[in-house]
Structures are given as C-alpha cells and as structure tokens.
Design a protein. Structure first.
Length: 160
C-alpha cells in the first residue's frame, strides 16, 4: 500500500555520504522534530531526474527554507557513492541531502516500487515529492508513470 497524507514515514535505515565515507541515517533521525521536503526519483544521472527534478529543488531551496523547511532530501535506489557523485555533478552543495535507498528499504516500506527491469534498471523508486512534519506526511505528490507534473519544486512551494 502506498504511503499517503497522515501516515507516519516508515522507520528504515538509509545511507548518506559524509567526508568520512558512507554513514547510516535513519528516517527517524532525518524527520524527528523537523519539517522536511523529500523528493524521490527513479535514478541518479537519468534524463528527467538530472535535467529537471534535482535542479528545480536546488534552485528553489532558499525559498523552501524561507517557508520553514528545515531540510530538503533527495531519495533514490542508488548507493551512497553514486548519490554523492550525482550531488556533486548537480552542484547541490548543502541545499539538498542526497540520500541512498540502496536496498530499496524505504521504497518498499512506503509502497513506492517501480519495476524498471524493461529498461535494465531493476527495482526503482517511483517519482514523488512529499512534505513531512515531525515524521508525518502532510503533502504527497505521486507522479503517474513517465510523468513529471506534480512532484516538482514549484508545486511543493505552493504546498508548504
């Protein structure tokens, strides 16, 4: 079952690259006591993700934070090394946390699986964005397969 507004975010362990290498970060740590915008996407370095999704959140990070957002996080079913390299490629700096859901634990727990085997990608995450306040989903925007219409930063700016 897909996560929805009013649900508590699933408690799972993810990975975040630090200057000392990959580090575990739990969803509990990420969301506790904070207002967080999360956007998820099928994969690092893929066309729509690299040309539109990530850049939109980087460009609008200051406006989102100006509306009370503490953290902006990008989730994808990639490893921490790939997420780190992609973040550098996208010049995210400290505007967006690039979080690896390498084993798809969050993806499965939130009901956001996408079968990308036809494209040689295996299990991936569906494209979405959500606003989470202290671990509870307040806004949730799930894209139809192949679309990029409701999970963008501009939509989230209107919802925060």
């Amino acid at each position: 079952m897909t996560i929805k507004v009013g649900d508590k975010v699933p408690s799972v362990k993810l990975k975040l690259m630090t200057k000392d290498g990959p580090k575990d970060i739990t969803t509990d740590e990420l969301f506790k006591g904070k207002k967080v915008v999360v956007f998820g996407l099928p994969g690092a370095f893929t066309p729509t993700c690299s040309a539109k999704h990530v850049p939109g959140f980087v460009q609008n990070a200051d406006m989102l934070k100006g509306k009370g957002v503490d953290t902006i996080a990008c989730f994808s079913v990639n490893d921490a090394f790939v997420m780190d390299a992609w973040g550098k490629n996208q010049n995210v700096g400290d505007k967006v946390m690039m979080i690896a859901d390498g084993n798809a634990d969050f993806t499965r727990a939130a009901g956001l699986e996408m079968d990308g085997t036809g494209y040689g990608m295996g299990l991936r995450m569906r494209r979405f964005s959500m606003l989470v306040d202290n671990g509870v989903v307040k806004q949730f925007n799930l894209e139809k397969p192949g679309a990029f219409e409701v999970s963008n930063a501009e939509t989230m700016l209107k919802q925060v």
